[in-house]
Write a new protein. Structure first.
Length: 169
């Protein structure tokens, strides 16, 4: 459909397949199509449950990452932030991107109802079904390591933050 420029049909097809009409309605937020699609979908969900989601900074550097890797990082971090914000006072998620002299930085932060215990730069899933949950951070870790980067977790004053740093080549 894309090759024959049947864009309306393609939008309808994607929405039907995904069960989510927002999948075909991506907004330019970061300038990166993969990140923008994920953020658009997650923002629609955040809006529907009363969580404010903001995005600010420089994200042009995301083009150095594969679209699949961008989706993995943004999807997992936003899913965690949406879940973690539930029950917080003034629930809010902030995404920031920066292009520094020697590295790129990506930061996701969200309000939480109580401080989260971080041990060895990791948190344990709070879900009862641990066998099928708790893989988001390991997925993010795989992507960050693939690009020789690192990430840190912090939680202070009921704000949880993940900061990933990717070195410039």
């Amino acid at each position: 459909m894309c090759n024959t420029k049947q864009y309306a049909q393609m939008d309808s097809y994607i929405s039907e397949l995904s069960g989510n009409p927002m999948l075909s309605k991506s907004f330019c937020i970061t300038g990166n199509p993969a990140a923008d699609t994920v953020i658009s979908i997650k923002k629609a969900h955040a809006d529907s449950v009363g969580i404010r989601l903001t995005c600010d900074g420089d994200f042009a550097w995301l083009s150095h990452l594969s679209p699949i890797d961008v989706c993995a990082v943004f999807s997992n971090l936003l899913d965690n932030a949406l879940e973690g914000s539930t029950g917080a006072v003034n629930p809010c998620i902030t995404i920031k991107g920066k292009d520094h002299a020697h590295f790129y930085a990506l930061m996701f932060s969200n309000n939480v109802p109580e401080n989260i215990k971080i041990i060895n730069n990791s948190v344990k899933t709070s879900k009862k079904d641990r066998k099928h949950h708790g893989f988001g951070l390991s997925s993010i870790n795989s992507v960050v390591r693939k690009y020789n980067g690192s990430y840190t977790l912090k939680c202070k004053d009921m704000v949880f933050c993940v900061q990933a740093v990717f070195p410039k080549k």
